[in-house]
Design a protein around this ligand. Structure first.
Ligand SMILES: NC(=O)c1ccc[n+]([C@@H]2O[C@H](COP(=O)([O-])OP(=O)(O)OC[C@H]3O[C@@H](n4cnc5c(N)ncnc54)[C@H](OP(=O)(O)O)[C@@H]3O)[C@@H](O)[C@H]2O)c1
Length: 339
């Protein structure tokens, strides 16, 4: 038997319960992993507390992001061997190509069972080798936040040296974007609610920061900091209200990657602003396995280390979710699976 944590009955962190289930057997083209570490994304917190835009049937094993060791393989597995260290992918069928290759019903952590367990099955097409330069705790951070940042800036955005990138806040997605931008020779402007976090972001390579609480009209401040030119790429996680600032901050023909709505989902946008500045606005749905694999090459080639803010035992997932919800973190919140 193996332990797993399920959200059962109804939403709410107190409804995350430990259960025992038989260790699953890998079927054709599946691998069984012993999970070594998982990480939290904002989505996981929303699903657990019941505020996510979609409701999933319960019971549900949460979390999309894990790293683990392959301990058994099913028939006709060709991509992995026992002993390999692999990361799960967010989308189970989106190997490469356009987004229509993904299937909405095939995301781990909802609606499909996630990885908050001792053992988990992965389709061999929905896993990648973990970067060799990362610890288990670091490798567990990549599947959602890392791939989202990479897909936005590199796969879709074709970012190049000399570009300017604006990242909003200092959560998982934004700090990955900061690190990929710096590694790619771009200049990074970070916004944050905290001056102390801005200093930490500068230590990672951001050239300047703006406090979006004390400077709510930060779009104008970005123009001042860029000699009126504006930024080439925006990592937009704030929602409609920050979007209006992003439209002010972006260079003509620049790109806004619409990723999250941390500041709320209500607000109005004037499409003429998009037209006037010839802005390219794009929704980002995490990314494909091909994006993940390209990101792994960059992480290994540049020896990039994800920013792990805090590690909890996996059995303390409710405390970890409350911590993420508080917004105190800088980077990723990780769960260690001791087995
Ligand atoms: N579309 C996708 O594929 C995709 C993938 C991953 C995540 N997301 C979404 O992207 C967002 C970020 O995810 P995450 O996992 O990086 O979250 P996270 O790690 O929890 O990051 C949250 C951070 O964002 C900042 N923030 C909070 N409210 C903000 C606001 N109104 N404006 C600007 N920044 C704000 C805060 O940084 P400071 O403390 O520095 O202020 C906060 O610490 C979430 O909405 C998530 O659902 C979407």
């Amino acid at each position: 038997m193996a332990k797993a944590i399920v959200l059962q009955g109804s939403s709410g962190f107190d409804n995350l319960r430990m259960v025992e289930r038989p260790v699953p057997h890998p079927r054709r083209q599946e691998v069984l992993i012993r999970v070594r570490a998982t990480s939290l994304n904002y989505r996981d917190v929303e699903i657990a507390r019941g505020s996510y835009h979609t409701t999933f049937p319960l019971p549900l094993i949460p979390l999309s992001d894990a790293v683990g060791e392959v301990v058994a393989i099913g028939d006709e597995v060709t991509r992995f061997s026992v002993g390999d260290r692999v990361c799960s992918t967010f989308w189970q069928r989106w190997v490469a190509g356009p987004f229509e290759m993904a299937e909405a019903s095939n995301q781990r952590g909802g609606p499909r069972d996630g990885l908050l367990s001792e053992y988990a099955l992965l389709d061999e097409q929905a896993a990648v080798l973990a970067p060799r330069n990362l610890s288990d705790l670091e490798a567990a951070t990549l599947s959602c936040a890392g791939v989202t940042a990479w897909h936005a800036l590199v796969s879709e955005g074709a970012m190049k040296a000399g570009d300017t990138v604006l990242v909003q806040g200092t959560g998982g997605v934004s700090l990955f974007a900061l690190q990929f931008a710096v590694a790619g020779g771009a200049r990074v402007i970070v916004t944050s609610s905290s001056d102390a976090k801005i200093e930490k972001a500068k230590a990672l390579g951001a050239f300047v920061g703006i406090n979006y609480r004390s400077t709510p009209e930060w779009g104008a401040a970005v123009l001042d900091l860029t000699e009126g030119r504006g930024v080439d790429h925006v990592i937009e996680v704030g929602g409609p209200q920050s979007f209006s600032q992003s439209l002010k901050a972006v260079h003509r023909g620049g790109q806004i990657n619409v990723i999250g709505y941390l500041g709320g989902s209500e607000g109005s946008i004037n499409p003429l602003e998009i037209f006037r500045r010839q802005v390219r606005v794009r929704g980002i749905p995490v990314g494909s396995r091909a994006s993940f694999e390209a990101m792994v090459r960059a992480i290994e080639g540049n020896d990039l280390k994800p920013v792990v803010d805090r590690v909890f035992p996996w059995t303390d997932v409710a405390d970890a979710m409350r911590y993420l919800e508080s917004g105190a973190h800088f980077g990723k919140v990780v769960l260690a699976h001791h087995n």
